[in-house]
Design a protein around this ligand. Structure first.
Ligand SMILES: *Cc1c(COP(=O)(O)O)cnc(C)c1O
Length: 420
């Protein structure tokens, strides 16, 4: 399937075949798994040509898309999965990494230099939080956060602070945020990036972590972002059996990331690329069913006397500030949300220990429903003060709704809430 044809096809079609050509593998209908670390050159001249093509990023040598050197540089299963992800995100290109954090840390280290600053919206994924508050400062890169990403004044105030400390190289959004579902306005961040660019003579790159909704429910690049980050571990892989991360966007940016990745050695291995190719085929169906189940569970929990609040995106107030942005940016409410059990840690722990069907585990986006107590697990390493700022209390539970029969899930929640 050519790129030209792909532009006219729906994502549900692209996830099934795009990025793999059976003619390259004896007609095999499904992609083979290429288990090799190195590739044999056809001739000395061809060896020179493909090295030049790879390191100079030249595209004037025909057929070199399909030429490989060494699996840390590129390999066939990686190339297939990157083409498929790029098509889904409607991007020129994509880079796939060994995990979501390999993608995020790689992106930060690729586009920021000592003395730079960056802007981000709170709360943020705990791994990203660690990079922002522990690692980047050691490299002389300061991060400035804003708490309400719908509030223009708050973003501009953070931008002024950042510009006073050094050139802003990056604006990192995570929307909806983990685990509170807080929405950030992507178009507003893009506008602020343009203004900062005019003032400092270098436009910051705008990236959006799209993990919580995934490619079928939100397309940050269509909303003006430069780079879309996805922890493919979650919805895209969808079976809780591998880790992977992706960044998609313009070729000139993705090229820089891939070049760095070659030397960091953080590419995804062939086997997990192959599993991801298979997972992409059912992503739209899984997304749809998980969203239906999530709506039913959120509705059940909202009515329960032991539940204080439910931060499910589908319940955003119709006159609240987040609603208009949600409707502009998102094609669905997703299937990960949090809720508050009245009381605190003790009530939550009694509830969790009574569950029989739901699995108590971190992560999200798998076929099975997962639940965890945010303050003592995913946000354990985030200092209490930043947790509170982010709206994570002692009773906050995060639920990633899976594909089981909805009655079994509600039945399990009901009996465990008795114990809370
Ligand atoms: C899980 C997650 C990540 C990190 O991905 P890994 O694949 O676990 O490294 C980043 N951002 C968000 C929003 C996540 O949920």
């Amino acid at each position: 399937m050519s790129r030209e044809l792909a532009a006219d096809l729906h994502p549900e079609t692209l996830t099934i075949g795009f990025g793999y050509d059976p003619a390259t593998a004896l007609g095999s209908a499904k992609p083979p798994l290429y288990l090799t670390s190195t590739y044999v050159y056809q001739s000395a001249q061809q060896a020179k040509d493909i090295h030049r093509a790879f390191f100079e990023r030249s595209t004037d040598i025909p057929g070199l898309d399909a030429a490989f050197i060494y699996s840390r540089l590129n390999h066939p299963n990686l190339a297939m999965v990157e083409r498929r992800l790029a098509a889904l995100d409607r991007a020129e290109d994509a880079a796939v990494f060994a995990s979501g954090m390999a993608a995020i840390s790689g992106l930060m280290l690729c586009f920021l230099s000592p003395g730079d600053t960056l802007l981000f919206n709170r709360p943020t994924y705990s791994g990203t939080d660690w990079m922002l508050h522990d690692h980047l400062p050691r490299l002389g890169i300061q991060a400035f956060g804003f708490g309400d990403a719908l509030d223009e004044a708050a973003i501009r105030a953070a931008a002024e602070q950042a510009m006073a400390a050094g050139p802003v190289g990056l604006i990192m959004l995570e929307t909806p945020a983990n685990p509170t579902g807080v929405i950030a306005d992507i178009a507003l961040a893009v506008q602020v990036a343009d203004e900062i660019g005019e003032r400092q003579g270098r436009r910051p790159i705008v990236s959006v972590d799209n993990t919580f909704l995934g490619p079928f429910l939100q397309s940050p690049l269509n909303l003006g972002a430069d780079l879309c980050i996805t922890s493919l571990t979650k919805y895209c892989a969808g079976h809780s059996d591998l880790l992977a991360g992706g960044v998609s966007g313009a070729k000139r940016l993705i090229d820089r990331l891939k070049q760095q990745r070659t030397f960091f050695g953080s590419m995804l291995n062939a086997h997990d690329c192959w599993l991801l190719l298979r997972s992409f085929e059912t992503l739209h169906l899984r997304t749809e069913r998980a969203c239906q189940n999530a709506l039913a569970l959120a509705t059940y929990l909202r009515e329960h006397p032991k539940v204080g609040s439910v931060t499910y995106l589908g319940f955003l107030q119709s006159d609240g500030p987040g609603r208009a942005v949600f409707e502009r940016q998102c094609r669905g409410a997703g299937s990960t949300f949090s809720f508050e059990i009245k009381g605190g840690e003790a009530e939550c722990f009694r509830f969790l220990d009574a569950l029989k069907v739901l699995l108590m585990a971190v992560s999200l986006g798998g076929a099975e429903t997962l639940i965890c107590h945010s303050a003592t697990t995913t946000h354990f390493s985030v200092p209490a003060e930043r947790r509170r700022q982010a709206g994570i209390g002692d009773g906050t539970m995060r639920l990633s709704v899976g594909l089981e029969h909805v009655d079994d899930l509600i039945g399990d929640l009901a009996q465990a809430l008795e114990a809370a």
